[in-house]
Design a protein around this ligand. Sequence first.
Ligand SMILES: *Cc1c(COP(=O)(O)O)cnc(C)c1O
Length: 431
Amino acid sequence: MTDRNQILFDRAKQLIPGGVNSPVRAFKAVGGTPRFVQRAQGAYFWDANGQRYTDYIGSWGPMILGHGHPAVVEAVQKAVLEGFSYGAPTEREVELAEEIVKLVRSVDMVRLVSSGTEAGMSAIRLARGATGRKKIIKFEGCYHGHADALLVKAGSGLATFGNPTSAGVPPEVVQHTLVLEYNNIEQLEAAFAEHGPEVACLMIEPIAGNMNFVRASVPFMKRCRELCTQYGAQLAFDEVMTGFRVALGCAQSVYAQLIPGFEPDMTVMGKVIGGGMPLAAFGAKRAVMEQLAPLGGVYQAGTLSGNPVATACGLATLKEIQKPGFFEKLGATTQSLVSGLTSAAHEAGLPFCGDSQGGMFGFFLFNELPQNYATVMTTDGPRFNRFFHGMLDRGVYFAPALYEAGFVSAAHTQADIDATVAAAREVFATM
Ligand SMILES: *Cc1c(COP(=O)(O)O)cnc(C)c1O
């Protein structure tokens, strides 16, 4: 049989670096040929050979309703007929801002942008502008988009400034970015003791989804909040992945249940709020947001920001996820996947553990849940790759890298989960 995926990949590699427009799609970590998607519906997509896959990536998070949800498709079709982009304000931007402010308790005002990268980068600029400070704190294993100042890995030793993780980022550009270990309270305290008065913001993935799935512990999160308050730094939650996915009120609502009165100062959003269209946002308290141009001195702009088709898609998506019982059902389906995979692995005598919140999950071929990036790195990469390909051969598409969270949509049924677990049982038996 001719492999249309391979033919397309070969063509793509001539024209697009690595054949892809975002690196993880290239299957570099797991090997093999990336699947070129032809179409998608509900919980499935079909590749260029017409092979069907159960999709546990959902465009890396946005497709929380599954692909081609009728209400979303209708809203997008209607919006397209009214025009693609105007470069002038629209009612839908106001409506989407109203929805976000209603659902995310800590956010008074919001600005819409087109990607999570843009939102994270703009939030950092705003935090620096609003505080008049230079330094930012981030954590190893957290991804906040590919803005220069955020492409940093930990430096050597405790609380040192980081090194660029990408060629093309001069060390001077990351000299104000402090990289700490996730869930390490001691290091956090030492960093604030030394640099606290110069810290503009601490940015964190509250449940990190870019090193598989690692929760910030409650004591650690509590300390992040206390130290930011004490030193006047902005606590910025990067909820691009977790927002409107782990809970209707985002991850911050999960932590607010565990830490009374808990709120971040800034929130970075993306993925689900666009429902699969390029749309992201950042929000904060009114006094901070009013520092943005045209009101204040912090510049930020975008030709396609608040795009009328993207906002229609996002609004329709947010409307669906507010229906009664939506997150209860999504959370239960996701939990059933993780517990099914766990039992299947244990039956085969393999180390395995997993975790989930709402429609986001992670699993490790490892005995206990890692608490930081260094531990995630010690888990079994080659074994994960065998599992990944075994599942792919059986029509199940998990993230093609050990370092990525997975996503269940509202379109996944218990029958889909059962079929996935049955496939996993077969694969584990060969390992
Ligand atoms: C995906 C992601 C981003 C970047 O968003 P893009 O739209 O890909 O630029 C930022 N932060 C987190 C936590 C993400 O998961």
